[in-house]
Write a new protein. Structure first.
Lengths: 374, 221
């Protein structure tokens, strides 16, 4: 049996659990109201329906991950939030203002309270680090003296004060993204949009940048919208996840719930990449469909939530007196919950296996029999 | 070579430099905005005006495909209107400017188009107006390319300025034709060519140096 199917059936039938109570809807920082976006046919390109029936809210002060494969509509979604694009139908409301209805000077004013960072940093090669950060302030018409003070603060905030006079060509990817973040925060926006901001960085730098974003969210209360195709980014930072595919929201939940109960195939595909719940080859190559004498039954136990999966082996040994073999295990903490799986071997034939499975099921663990090993 | 001939060369060099610098200055002040507009006015761009863009494109192409010597003759009435005369270095500035403007516009257009589109989107995302994008993003980022474009334009103008000699425009070309060719003075012809080569070398070297100075993309290579 497929694990994901078993998890799917364990879910309530409700299509999307509402993360924002109706009463708090006005408190949303970003709200999409039945938004669709179509690009008309142009030259030899056919028309594209980029987004359909997008209807959701991003709570104030949250970190929300928007995950999807390339071409799923993520970029269109984020460009609707900062008004770079207009929806074909529906409304986009940011911080109480209908940004999709603004144009010209009003739109430009509203855009100053929405910061954005980019995959390829998009820094001006002709400006130093400090002058790049100053750009949005110059555009907003700040005085030279105010700009100098603010730029100093921002350089400190992102931890690159010593690089103020360097040009982008002299800086590493991580340093460039720090400048990008400082620039995005320059005009004290309420929302920070991150469009694949770590996709061009190595894992270590990615971690450092995500930590910086978490700090910014915690200390400045800036709402962060993370567009990504990497589940690991969502796992490290986001509290809530929106999965989009083919221009539609296919799944939406708290990050821990997405990781424990993925329902949509796209989510499941993203998850198996991130969690790595595949068995080691040394084990799968020995796996047999039928029990053999003096062998072990191989069982996978899903660990999720706070249900202390880490003590399973000890409890089985103590309470059922079974010498459980730990074959493979991975448990992460995601959104404050334990998420992962244990693969264990149970010796002693069918009776012991039944006993162990019964015990685990009683304790509300999801159990799956994989086969047998000698 | 006699003292008088040397004086003639010095005077002609001065006339050529005068024609070329004034024409370059005026042509740049028209060509730069025209080039920026051509680069930003297609469908979906900053100053989207596809019809105007198309029309200007046709005019620019027409001006550029007219042979310079024909242009000089064809616009004599216009030259007389502007300069009061159609003879001499001052008058020659008019056709030089008219020939160089569309040339510079195309070069500027190419340099501006080289700027990463992501930077335009970035500036728009924090609320920059189209004009702010031009002055704070496009022109500074395209500066190395613009400097090289203007260098190329000045070099071409030196060549054109030699041609206006054929219609009484003065300058080095005039000297070369009248003395070197019509009076059979090969040493004069040689002197004119050497001076022109030296001028082009100087302009090109200075332009390359300046372009390198303003290029921050390759700073530590």
């Amino acid at each position: 049996m497929n694990v994901h199917q078993s998890l799917t059936t364990a879910r309530p039938a409700e299509p999307f659990p509402s993360l924002v109570p109706a009463s708090a809807a006005s408190e949303a920082m970003v709200r999409f109201e039945t938004v669709s976006k179509a690009y008309p046919a142009y030259r030899d390109k056919p028309s594209v329906q980029a987004l359909q029936e997008i209807d959701f809210a991003i709570p104030r002060g949250s970190i929300t991950g928007v995950i999807g494969r390339s071409g799923a509509g993520k970029s269109s979604l984020v460009r609707l939030i900062n008004g770079l694009e207009k929806p074909s139908t529906g409304r986009v409301i940011v911080d109480g203002r209908e940004i999709s209805a603004l144009a010209g000077k009003e739109l430009r004013l509203a855009q100053r309270s929405i910061g954005m960072i980019f995959q390829h940093f998009n820094l001006l090669s002709s400006r130093t680090a400090a002058d790049n950060i100053a750009l949005p302030l110059e555009i907003a018409g700040w005085s030279r003296a105010d700009i100098a003070v603010r730029v100093e603060e921002l350089l400190e905030l992102v931890g690159i004060s010593d690089k103020f006079d360097r040009y982008p060509s002299e800086l590493s990817g991580g340093q460039k993204q720090r400048i990008g973040i400082a620039r995005a925060l320059a005009t004290r926006p309420n929302v920070l949009l991150s469009d694949e901001a770590t996709s061009a960085l190595d894992p270590q730098t990615t971690r450092a940048i995500l930590d910086l974003l978490a700090n910014i969210n915690r200390e400045l209360g800036v709402t962060i919208v993370l567009i990504t195709h990497e589940m690991s980014v969502v796992r490290q930072l986001a509290k809530e996840v929106v999965v989009i595919d083919g221009g539609r929201i296919v799944e939406r939940d708290h990050v821990a719930d997405i990781f424990t109960h993925p329902r949509h195939p796209v989510t499941q595909a993203f998850l198996s990449e991130a969690v790595g719940d595949s068995l080691p080859v040394s084990l799968t190559s020995r796996l047999l469909p039928q029990p053999i004498a003096s062998g072990q039954a191989v069982i996978r136990v899903q660990v999720r939530g706070t249900d202390a999966g880490d003590t399973i082996v000890a409890r089985l040994a103590r309470e059922l007196a079974i010498d459980v073999a730990l074959l493979s295990a991975r448990i992460d903490e995601i959104g404050g919950q334990h998420v992962g799986s244990l693969t264990i071997g149970i010796p002693g034939g069918d009776a012991a296996t039944k006993q162990a499975v019964g015990y685990l099921s009683q304790n509300k663990f999801l159990v799956e029999r994989l086969g047998y090993v000698a | 070579m006699s003292r008088e001939l040397i004086n003639l060369i010095i005077q002609a060099t001065g006339e050529s430099l005068f024609m070329v610098s004034v024409a370059a200055l005026v042509a740049t002040s028209f060509g730069l905005p025209l080039g920026v507009f051509l680069a930003t006015s297609r469908k979906g761009e900053l100053f989207a005006a596809p019809a105007v863009n198309g029309l200007l494109g046709v005019i620019v192409n027409a001006a550029r495909s007219t042979p310079f010597i024909i242009l000089v003759v064809a616009i004599i009435p216009f030259t007389r209107l502007i300069a009061g005369t159609s003879i001499g270095s001052g008058a020659a500035i008019v056709p030089l400017t008219i020939a160089a403007t569309p040339f510079i516009a195309r070069l500027v257009e190419a340099a501006i188009r080289e700027v990463d589109g992501g930077l335009i989107e970035t500036a728009s995302s924090f609320g920059a107006s189209p004009l702010q994008i031009v002055f704070k993003v496009l022109i500074p980022e395209a500066l190395p390319g613009l400097v090289l474009a203007l260098t190329l334009a000045v070099v071409s103008l030196l060549g054109y300025s030699a041609m206006v000699g054929a219609v009484g425009g003065g300058g080095l070309g005039d000297l070369g034709i009248r003395y070197g060719y019509q009076r059979f003075m090969p040493e004069m012809m040689l002197a004119v060519v050497v001076v022109l080569i030296a001028l082009v070398q100087t302009v090109q070297t200075a332009g390359d140096y300046l372009a390198r100075r303003v290029n921050r993309r390759l700073r530590h290579r």
